[in-house]
Design a protein around this ligand. Structure first.
Ligand code: XMP
Length: 514
């Protein structure tokens, strides 16, 4: 398939470049900035984009490219650092600004440049740079200016474009148009659709799996459920084994909802494992969050081993709901703060490791971004409540009942959390929020019911907006909603005597409490 290759120099919005191109139907891939650009890597590549970066070209360890890039003859678009790097490499001058240019900056276009076809002069670009182009490299001409600086240039002979702004961000007017114009100039066909994804995966998975069986562990989240839907769509229902482990740490109705959704999609072999006793038993007496996480993880491994062995499958494939963003070996390590970014929770179990070593893993979502997974889920008929579900951590309520976890406390939390989330859905707020949940605190607080003093649990409500969970802002609830939800909870869940709202952003707080 025609491909636009994006070289990642560690810019924060690099993944968005790929996402925007795909929205326009152009297939894109992301690779580390210094990937070898040999004939194999460049097969199907129609054009190359160089991303932004936290570096300045003058730093001693500034990231660079394989020089073969400039011999490839392919059209190139440098964004921000990418533009500065090209300028620097070909004899122009890059200078540090006294004040970083950040935010919306209107640009005046020189007429007639095909990169800006359909873009109105004076449009708002989005800037975020500390270096700027002081002199263009020979052969380059200015195509757009801000008040003070060259904002874009091109070398018509070599078909190399440079832009100082970030068309991939949503604040940049005409951003999609500019990226799609580039892809069109590269001669890339608009071939990327969900039907195409299904067709490619159908061919690939059928060829690999043949008549063998595939086992997929379903967590109840969007990724594994859509992966299940895809397998059921591509293979014979008899080949697909789905296993769902009820840890006792799931939310209310979760098990029923997920199994109904999978049955509706044609699941024949749905193995629902009730492992509540095992998990709650393993958590008995534990209060330290990391000890609880470990107990849950270890129990999961043992339950998985026992239950999978009990199915009596041999030589089967194991499917995983891995996304493209989990897999790209991008330039993440280039970012100056790369070392502080957590690589969250992608722990492989021994079963996964063994299957990987045997070459028996299939990953039906490996080409997709999260929002493509959601769109595909809708296309395949996965229930809306699952497709749009907020992220839910692997240890589930085990880390939302603070302190020791008991069945009684899980039941209280389940009930209260259900009221909270149900109200968010009824009020049309659920989809505006990245993640909302309740936390049961290990303290009791005094209250009055009738004439008596009463000691009830304290429940904290959390709701955050975020792009990827790495940082998050508190959702600014209208007070009316909070007051109404609080009184619904205390009226309906007698064990909860007090409700609070968590107003901490990440950082410094994390999204979860434990
Ligand atoms: P934090 O609390 O680190 O959470 O700000 C970021 C995102 O990760 C989820 N999270 C977990 N997911 N196992 C998981 O699978 C865990 O132990 C875990 N802890 C946090 C959290 O829900 C949020 O979406």
């Amino acid at each position: 398939m025609d491909t636009i290759l994006i070289l990642d120099f560690g810019g924060q919005t690099c993944q968005l470049i790929g996402r925007r191109l795909r929205e326009g139907g152009y297939y894109s891939e992301i690779a580390p900035h210094d990937v070898r650009l040999d004939a194999g890597r460049l097969a199907h590549v129609k054009g190359i984009i160089l991303s932004g970066s936290p570096y300045s070209v003058y730093e001693p360890d500034a990231p660079n490219v394989d020089p073969a890039l400039f011999d490839s003859g392919l059209p190139i678009l440098g964004i921000c650092y990418g533009f500065q790097l090209i300028t620097h490499l070909f004899g122009g001058r890059v200078e540090g600004l006294r004040v970083k240019e950040y935010g919306k900056v209107p640009l005046t276009l020189k007429p007639g440049n095909p990169l800006f076809e359909g873009v109105t002069s004076g449009f708002d670009s989005w800037m975020s740079h500390g270096d700027s182009i002081a002199a263009l490299a020979p052969g380059y001409q200015i195509t757009a200016m801000s008040d003070n600086h060259p904002a874009a240039a091109w070398n018509p002979e070599k078909r190399i474009w440079g832009i100082q702004f970030h068309p991939e961000t949503s604040h940049n007017q005409f951003g999609n148009q500019i990226l799609w114009n580039f892809a069109t100039l590269c001669g890339a066909a608009r071939e990327w659709t969900l039907d195409k994804v299904l067709e490619l995966e159908r061919d690939k998975i059928r060829r690999r799996v043949g008549n063998q069986k595939v086992l997929l562990l379903i967590s109840g989240g969007v990724d594994s459920t859509v992966a299940g839907a895809m397998l059921l769509n591509i293979l014979q229902p008899d080949q697909v084994h789905l296993m769902y482990v009820d840890t006792g740490l799931m939310r209310k109705n979760e098990t029923v909802e997920v199994s109904a959704a999978l049955r509706k999609l044609g699941a024949k072999h749905l193995h629902l494992i009730d492992a509540q006793e095992r998990f709650l038993g393993a958590l008995k007496g534990l209060t330290d969050p990391e000890a609880k996480r470990k107990a849950i993880g270890d129990t999961f491994i043992r339950v998985q081993e026992d239950e999978v062995a009990g199915l009596g499958l041999s030589d089967y494939f194991l499917a995983q709901g891995t996304l493209y963003t989990d897999l790209i070996e991008s330039g993440k390590g280039v970012g100056k703060k790369a070392h502080v970014i957590k690589s969250h929770h992608n722990v492989g179990t021994p079963l996964v490791e063994a299957k990987r070593a045997a070459g028996l893993i299939i990953e039906p979502l490996e080409m997709l971004y999260k929002d493509e997974v959601r769109a595909l889920g809708e296309k395949l008929g996965v229930a809306e409540s699952i497709v749009w579900r907020h992220p839910f951590p692997g240890p589930g309520l085990g880390i939302r009942v603070l302190g020791e976890v008991t069945r009684e406390k899980c039941d209280i939390l389940r009930e209260a959390d259900w009221i909270y989330l149900d109200e968010l859905k009824k009020r049309g707020l659920y989809r505006e929020i990245w993640q909302a949940f309740s936390v049961l605190l290990p303290v009791r607080s005094v209250g009055v019911t009738g004439d008596a003093r009463d000691y009830g649990f304290v429940l904290a409500l959390r709701a955050v907006v975020s792009k990827d969970g790495m940082s998050a802002d508190v959702y600014p609830f209208p007070m009316k909603d909070l007051l109404e939800i609080s009184s619904l909870i205390t009226n309906q869940v007698r064990a909860v005597g007090r409700v609070t709202y968590d107003i901490s952003s990440k950082p410094p707080s994390t999204i979860e409490w434990e």
